[in-house]
Write a protein that binds this ligand. Structure first.
Ligand code: HQG
Length: 181
């Protein structure tokens, strides 16, 4: 059977972002785990992965969710974690505006309390409207919020960019949000 790379991406997301302990793995600083350990423990739970399939998944992943380190011995999820991890991201000045895709049922709460990170480490923001639309569309008819990241940055809020280009911040107070029609 040909490898199902969407399924492999989901498997990797689960264990590299949310439940490394269930595979007996501990994320190192930066979120890294040993490729050898990952392959060995995946095989042990009945989900064998070849090194080539892992490399193909990292290279071709639609959102570039994963990365190898320079040596190729370590792998991590670039963002999206719920376990405690220091991704060692450097603070960066954001573009003047960023976007967030969501759905109508969350709007009242969002405009009352701002964008919150929930279970994840950060609020995820997109560089362009089209990407935000796709993020929102995972949950229903997408609604796009524009974030005045320039004003936030001027007010001292800190921004980080993950290796796959997602902008991350702790919180977006409602005053910096406007709904795009
Ligand atoms: C909403 C995917 C109520 C927020 C995507 C979102 C992204 C609130 C949901 C990445 C709220 C959180 C992240 C508030 C925010 N009250 N609802 N105060 N503040 N929300 O999945 O941004 O495929 O944690 O609008 O493509 O949707 O995993 O965040 O709808 O890049 O690689 O609460 O996940 O990438 O949902 O998505 P999430 P997100 P991956």
């Amino acid at each position: 059977m040909p490898r199902d790379f969407a399924q492999l991406s989901k498997f990797l997301s689960k264990y590299l972002r949310h439940a490394p302990h269930e595979l007996g793995l501990t994320l190192q600083a930066g979120g890294w785990v040993s490729v050898d350990d990952l392959l060995a423990s995946s095989a042990k739970i009945g989900f064998p992965i070849t090194y080539d399939d892992l490399a193909t998944c990292v290279e071709t992943n639609d959102k570039q969710r994963f990365a190898f380190d320079d040596t190729g011995d370590l792998i991590r999820a670039n963002q999206g974690h719920s376990v405690t991890v220091d991704l060692q991201l450097e603070e960066q000045p954001p573009p003047l505006e960023l976007f967030h895709g969501t759905v109508a049922r969350f709007l009242d709460a969002i405009f009352a309390e701002g964008l919150k990170k929930g279970r994840r480490h950060h609020v995820h923001l997109s560089r362009d409207e089209a990407t935000a639309r796709k993020v929102g569309a995972r949950r229903g008819v997408p609604i796009i919020l524009q974030v005045d990241s320039g004003a936030m940055s001027a007010a001292g809020f800190r921004f980080f960019q993950s290796a796959n280009g997602v902008w991350l911040t702790d919180v977006v107070p409602a005053e910096y949000l406007s709904r795009l029609e």
